[in-house]
Write a protein that binds this ligand. Structure first.
Ligand code: MG
Length: 158
């Protein structure tokens, strides 16, 4: 059986933190606020694979009230979540993500993110797709207050 999960995440830009998306550190004056490293790409994909397996969500697995996850490497959280998915008898097959951000331009970084995500899930190259687009200047994203990510993943019963 194939199951599909969806994940969404958004974070606010803030000064004084590095911008890390999909495990790629992007040169930029502002990073993202959050309890962990605020890698919204990793967070959205984590929720997608957990949702596909009916295994809850990232906040339930890694609560932001737990000091263990302060400044956590979210790519590690993704790999841990996949362990949880596997323990339920599923494995991720593929995933597709869209980042919505007005700034910075991300086209040069999306392939590196996709490779990182695939590797952390134990998937071959090409199994994870990452795309980036703007919000045409509208809303909180258009004003540059933050960015958002949507992820879809499929898992297969093993
Ligand atoms: Mg998040």
């Amino acid at each position: 059986m194939i199951r599909v999960g969806i994940g969404y995440d958004s974070h606010r830009f803030t000064e004084g933190r590095p911008l890390v998306l999909g495990g790629v550190r992007i040169p930029q004056s502002h990073g993202l606020a959050g309890h962990s490293d605020a890698d919204a790409v990793a967070h959205a994909l984590t929720d997608a694979i957990l949702g596909a397996a009916g295994a809850g969500d990232i906040g339930r697995l890694f609560p932001d009230t737990d000091p263990r996850w302060r400044d956590a490497d979210s790519m590690d959280l993704l790999a841990r979540a996949h362990d949880t998915v596997r323990a339920r008898g599923y494995a991720c097959l593929q995933a597709d993500l869209t980042i919505i951000a007005e700034q910075p331009k991300l086209a040069a970084h999306v392939d590196g993110m996709a490779d990182n995500l695939a590797r952390r899930l134990g998937l071959g190259p090409g199994r994870v797709s990452v795309k980036a687009k703007t919000n045409e200047g509208m809303g909180f994203i258009g004003r540059g207050e933050g960015l958002a990510v949507i992820a879809v993943a499929t898992v297969e019963a093993r």
